[in-house]
Design a protein around this ligand. Sequence first.
Ligand code: AKB
Length: 315
Amino acid sequence: MALKTLIIGACGQIGTELTLSLREKYGKDNVIAVDIREGNEELMQSGPFETADATDYKAIEDLVMHYEIDEIYLMAAMLSATAEKFPMRGWHLNMDSLFNVLNLAKDKKVSKVFWPSSIAVFGPSTPQDQTPQTTIMEPTTVYGISKQSGERWCEYYHKKYGVDVRSIRYPGLISYKTAPGGGTTDYAIEIFHEALASKKYTSFLSEETALPMMFMDDAIKATMQLMDAPAENLSIRSSYNLGGISFTPKQLAEEIKKEIADFSIDYAPDFRQDIAETWPSSIDDTFAQKDWKWKHDFDLQKMTKAMLRGLKKQA
Ligand code: AKB
């Protein structure tokens, strides 16, 4: 029988592309998209959709039983910048939704869970260059605290109850199909929209702020690779470091200028600069390489060309 998958938060930035890719792989009727609001046309027309709140255990359990779900991807979350504005709402959404899926797996209602962590688990006391898998982690944002706590709980549920939970610490993700919502790394997407619309962009991060980033195709590939890996190969049950590209707003602007010669950028750092300064500038992902053969495809140049091509096609 085909594997049945539930994607919670399916209409968000990662959820949309993950749902489309999983539907291609497993068949559209085997991948159930769930969100509190409807998604874009491509997503809505690609297969079954259900409305539910990720924090509502009963609603999620009903869907799991109704569709006889094997695996859950929990992609619903409040990101770093928004969670600083609504700390309690961020904590409640990020933690309650995680406990819901971990408890469904603990009670053997599903057999495997994917949950996204983030580079936000690191903090100002973490080594910033080539940040190792295991290191000092003292996050200073609500989002980072929720992700770090979530990682501890994932490992706990795995060790204590044998839950097969898998996770990645995503860097900033760059995509054109669905807009991100409320992240510190969002400038790296906005810049492309503005480059095409008005040929100029004001960055809310300063020119020399380097952050770990990744094109969405690589992030989806990593997620599917990790979920397909044999359980015995996985040495990390908190969350895997994942490396991709690392660049500053200035470096990204220079790359865009190669494609749009009269593009210009200026800088007006806001509160997101303070968040970015606490995060790594690049990531060491040796464990992902060793355990499930991770290797990224998109460098800065390839990603820039893919973004401009994708956005132009969509216009
Ligand atoms: C954010 O900026 O909050 C996210 C993340 C790095 O997890 N993109």
